[in-house]
Design a protein around this ligand. Structure first.
Ligand SMILES: [Mn+2]
Length: 333
């Protein structure tokens, strides 16, 4: 931890990056850290290749993403909520970092991809429920006073990555961090409303279309649905409106895991997989068979081709997977 706090203390002009298609943890931990580092006099920039989804518009400091124009000379780049540059979606990183000893990685995902960055500082802890929990611990260590704005960002990261404190990653460490952050004044119901409980009518209709298409497969325990580009256009919705849908598909009582396929561009399909601890399936193993990755209970992949054919192809692939390949473990009763 000391090497990490030292490299931050000794840097003045810092760039914070996270993965493309940022979620609440990517944005919350980035902004929480950015606001905290500004407080101790650092010049901080945040960058995402994507537009920030409107549901996260309430995050304090979110305008820091808008202000980012070109890249200047940074003396430290911090990569959050992912461990490889590829995940940022930035084509050429070499213009960003003069050398990798000016790189700090903080992440809580299991390592599935490795890019070698000589002398980079890394703090990777798979046990942490969210990167935001790690940022909370870092700020404590650095003795930076957490104010309401910082707390709101970090609590949002924790809240989203735990599915509103419902996933099995919600442990004592997570709740303690959340409790300490709540003392600083963020309103949990505002965060909840912002993220889960306010959907526009277009989004609800799009969800309806996808939900009406759910099919289940008894052999694998898969509940699957899909959304194509014309569904999104006809509903007047956007890709962002699909966040959370795969978890709803996973509530089918007999489903061991859920799969949502989204056609996000011509012939480009994104797959999202979800399961629950007690269901005994490791969906990251399925995602990896398709060139993707992620957590045991939440994973994703990208494939190319016709959506309908992909649904069939992936269903066949899942059907063909041996129990071992799906990570299904017989549970002792
Ligand atoms: Mn995360």
């Amino acid at each position: 931890m000391k090497a990490i706090t030292d490299i931050i203390k000794n840097s003045e002009n810092i760039l914070i990056l996270s993965h493309k298609n940022p979620d609440g943890d990517a944005l919350g931990s980035s902004l929480g850290l950015a606001l905290a580092l500004e407080k101790i006099g650092k010049k901080v920039s945040c960058f995402s290749v994507n537009k920030i989804p409107p549901v996260f518009g309430f995050l304090p400091g979110v305008e820091m993403f808008e202000k980012q124009k070109g890249f200047v000379n940074y003396d430290l780049v911090i990569l959050l909520d992912c461990a490889v540059f590829k995940r940022t979606g930035i084509e050429n990183i070499f213009g960003l970092v003069a050398s990798f000893d000016k790189l700090l990685i903080i992440d809580h995902h299991p390592r599935t991809e490795v890019e070698f960055y000589e002398n980079a500082q890394e703090w990777i802890d798979e046990k942490k429920a969210a990167t935001a929990v790690m940022i909370y611990e870092l700020l404590e260590e650095m003795d930076i006073a957490i104010d309401k704005r910082i707390a709101t960002c970090l609590l949002t990261g924790i809240f989203t990555d735990t599915g509103g404190f419902q996933h099995n990653n919600t442990d004592g460490v997570t709740l303690r961090a959340a409790a300490q952050l709540m003392k600083k004044g963020p309103r949990i119901e505002k965060i909840a409303k912002g993220i889960f409980n306010s959907k526009n009518i277009a989004a609800i209709k799009l969800w309806g279309t996808a939900l009406s298409r759910i099919e289940t497969d008894v052999a694998t325990g898969m509940a699957v649905s899909y959304v194509n580009q014309s569904d999104i256009e006809e509903a007047g919705a956007s890709q962002d409106d699909l966040a959370g849908l795969v978890s709803v598909i996973n509530t089918v009582s007999d489903a061991k895991f859920s799969l949502l396929l989204t056609e996000y561009d011509d012939q480009k399909i994104k797959g999202s997989l979800r399961s629950e601890e007690y269901k005994g399936v490791d969906v990251s193993k399925i995602a990896r068979q398709l060139g993707g990755g992620g957590h045991k209970l939440a994973s994703g992949f990208e494939v190319e081709g016709d959506l309908k054919k992909s649904v069939e192809r992936i269903t066949r692939l899942v059907l063909s997977l041996k129990e071992k390949e799906m990570g299904i473990v017989a549970k002792a009763e």
